[in-house]
Write a protein that binds this ligand. Structure first.
Ligand code: SF4
Length: 346
């Protein structure tokens, strides 16, 4: 393991602290293969509960994000743009420069105890994955879940990470005292597509194993089938294979969501298309000619098809957001919020 404390260099430390809005920044790299090429910027954040911008159509108002950037490195990730707010690169930098709010749990515990906090639902995994690989080392989520459990504060988690199973006991304890909703994101089961477009994530089959395990332990879990990738993951055979696998996992619901290409993600995604599927460049340009979203007719076609398959395979009911809560409010809808708190397709 190599340690490099940039705070030792006052100019760099001061600049980074200003950049991250934190009191101190320590930068570390680790020599293990798992973290090769990854730089972690450890900060002591000043605030951890974020309010979703008022213009957002999200059905939740508050989020907690212990990390920024994500080693899961999904090419299409909608949170890429948020790295530019830190003056960091939105391409490879988003995948490899990870901001870690090391005091997330203690800060949350303090904020939940404030008389100004009214116990609203808190959504996690709405910006970047809280169970990305870094969580294996930093272990921020156990403290966060304990803080929520101890206050009986309702929450939800959306993830692609199998690491969530490490915290199964804590999730069960929290579910005994408050509303807990879990969703796992699996947009497709095509192995070749997975390897190239979601290179840092656990395989789709492993994520579905998570759904099965959670369900077996009494925690209902939905699947957010996101994103469905036009031309590469939307063939009827691919949709069928995915929904069949979701059904076999015991998921309580499946909710399809077609690829969005918002600024920050769009450039990186199109660079990837040019490299891996150059013959599709024009087709993507045409499909997303109007902006970040595929046309309504296309979205409706995919949604209808998946709903029919869900019915055929006996999953249901399908509804926005995917997760059946043990108790609690609806899951996020597929509309990213403006500004730094954005829904991503985990
Ligand atoms: S889509 Fe989710 S899992 Fe993938 S890189 Fe973005 S935040 Fe991470």
């Amino acid at each position: 393991m190599r340690w490099e404390n940039l705070s030792d260099g006052p100019r760099q430390g001061t600049a980074d602290a200003a950049l991250f809005g934190a009191d101190a920044v320590t930068t570390r790299t680790f020599d293990t293969p798992e973290f090769a090429g990854i730089t972690f910027h450890e900060i002591r954040a000043r605030s951890i509960v974020n309010r979703v911008p008022g213009a957002s159509r999200m059905p939740f108002e508050w989020t907690v994000n212990p990390y920024r950037g994500c080693t899961h490195a999904c090419v299409y990730c909608f949170a890429r743009k948020t790295h530019s707010y830190l003056d960091l690169d939105t391409g490879i930098g988003f995948d490899s420069q990870i901001v870690v709010k090391v005091n997330a749990a203690e800060l949350l515990r303090r904020q939940l105890a404030s008389p100004r906090w009214h116990g609203d639902h808190i959504a996690m995994g709405t910006n970047v994955d809280c169970y990305q690989r870094a969580e294996g080392r930093y272990r921020l989520m156990p403290g966060i879940i304990e803080a929520l459990r101890d206050r009986g504060n309702p929450f939800s988690i959306l993830t692609k990470g199998t690491l969530i199973l490490r915290d199964l006991d804590l999730l069960r304890q929290a579910a005994a005292v408050t509303d807990v909703g879990i969703s796992v994101s699996v947009g497709f089961t095509d192995a070749e597509l997975w390897r190239t477009i979601e290179p840092g994530t656990p395989a789709p089959e492993r994520r579905l194993d998570v759904v099965r395990t959670l369900t077996d332990h009494g925690i209902g879990c939905g699947v957010l089938m996101a994103p469905v990738i036009p031309f590469l993951g939307d063939h009827p055979d691919q949709l069928r294979a995915t929904v069949r696998a979701v059904a076999a996992s015991g998921a309580t619901s499946v909710t399809p969501l077609v690829l969005h290409l918002r600024p920050g993600a769009r450039e990186w995604f199109m660079t990837w298309v040019k490299r891996h599927h150059p013959h599709l460049v024009r087709r993507y340009e045409r499909l997303y000619a109007e902006g970040a979203y595929a046309p309504k007719w296309y979205q409706r076609r995919v949604t209808r098809h998946v709903h029919e398959l869900a019915e055929e395979f006996g999953i249901g009911p399908t509804r926005a957001g995917g997760a059946r809560r043990i108790r609690g409010p609806e899951q996020p809808e597929p509309e990213p919020a403006a500004g730094p708190t954005q829904l991503t397709l985990l």
